[in-house]
Design a protein. Structure first.
Length: 396
């Protein structure tokens, strides 16, 4: 291996496509139906949607002083943010503009489901401040969508993307690999369909079986085959090769963008930028502490209406910060900087990181150059395990 194989290893990670600032995450905790694999917080009842939007706006007012600078990213996640109506989006943006500074070139993303993206909905979103869509396609095959209990069908998956391109240039789609009975050929066809649609950003994840999900119960009962890690690794290798051929850059383990289309929100998260999370179950990070809201819509609304913040916080130790830096940094093309480790955490942490990394460098799973450690192509699927080997439990 040579340094030319790691063109970003000596670079300082950017915020995203450029600019500086912090992030605002807004959790919209509503879905039409529950996907079998999902363990995020959401409700399939929309009865309290108006109250919830009011509470989101009030929480932003209560926490406006927690934002240390202008907003560079605003991200509507969920749940299903594409269930928001024009008036609800306008209310949220009015609150943002009244209490925060927003950079002129801020990336403003809304997660959307294909079945919501009618032409009327797309026109409404394009007329709003939204300038990027993240569309939860997951698969272009009916059998996969039924297994996941997605609300859309295979035809809607293609149709919504063709329509969306008429209104948005910056589009990302989600795809899931490693599903039971998904052959290499079917996964390859999913990628081919995506590339044929000329989508500039792809987020792709291996199917994971989360506790207390419908998928876990189906597997336990023998209704669905267990997830096979070897199959998932094979799909990941196909994904890497196909995306490289198509000119995409794998800037983070699960994210692929054409030049100029890295997600600023994703890049900020994986490079340790501060962000404020608004809404039930939303998390926040300011470099020193992490906090998270209660994951109950009624309790969240009641607390906010009473002027209270239903938040728990933890202060991060030096070791916590080091471990988080290693965990997030090794998932990116920029890797981790030994200079930064020494400056931020101390010489002992730098020496420990080098010592722990050595065996993986010898196995060509990690690569060291210019005081920066990056994961090699061979090590990408193992990046979480590699990071855990560099974790520090107790420096003493």
């Amino acid at each position: 291996m040579k340094i030319k194989d790691f063109p970003h290893a000596g670079e300082t990670p950017p915020f995203g496509a450029g600019g500086s600032g912090v992030g605002l995450y807004i959790h919209i905790p509503f879905c039409k139906q529950a996907c079998h694999y999902c363990d995020f917080h959401f409700s399939t009842s929309l009865k309290k949607k108006n109250e919830l939007v009011d509470a989101l706006c009030q929480e932003m007012i209560l926490r406006k002083d927690e934002i240390p600078g202008p907003l560079q990213t605003i991200y509507f996640g969920g749940g299903t943010p594409s269930l928001l109506e024009a008036e609800e989006l306008a209310q949220i943006f009015k609150t943002i503009d009244s209490h925060f500074e927003v950079n002129p070139d801020a990336e403003i993303t809304l997660e959307a489901n294909p079945d919501d993206l009618t032409e009327a909905k797309l026109k409404m979103l394009a007329a709003s401040r939204i300038n990027r869509l993240s569309i939860g396609v997951q698969s272009f095959f009916e059998e996969d969508l039924k297994l996941m209990n997605r609300a859309h069908n295979a035809i809607e998956a293609v149709t919504c993307l063709e329509l969306a391109k008429n209104y948005f240039d910056n589009i990302s789609i989600d795809l899931i690999y490693g599903m039971p009975d998904m052959s290499d050929a079917r996964w390859q066809e999913n990628l081919d369909k995506t590339l044929a649609l000329d989508i500039p950003h792809i987020s792709s994840y291996a199917l994971t079986v989360e506790p207390n999900t419908a998928l876990q119960k189906f597997i336990e009962k023998g209704v669905v085959k267990p997830v096979d890690d070897a199959v998932a690794q094979g799909h990941f290798e196909i994904l890497i090769e196909r995306m490289q051929q198509a000119g995409f850059e794998n800037y983070e383990f699960s994210n692929f963008g054409k030049p100029g289309y890295y997600s600023q929100n994703n890049t900020a998260y994986w490079t340790g930028k501060s962000y404020l999370g608004i809404g039930p179950s939303a998390h926040s990070y300011d470099g020193e502490t992490r906090s998270w809201n209660i994951n109950s819509n009624p309790k969240y609304i009641k607390a906010i209406q009473s002027g209270e913040l239903p938040i728990e916080r933890e202060t991060l130790s030096v070791t916590d910060k080091y471990n988080e830096y290693v965990m997030t940094g090794l998932r990116t093309i920029w890797g981790i900087s030994l200079i930064k480790i020494e400056e931020s955490f101390g010489l002992k942490f730098k020496e420990y990181a080098l010592q722990q990394a050595q065996k993986h460098i010898e196995e060509h799973l990690l690569f060291l150059d210019q005081e920066r450690i990056v994961v090699t192509q061979k090590g990408k699927f193992l990046s979480d395990g590699l990071a855990s080997d560099l974790f520090l439990i107790n420096l003493s």
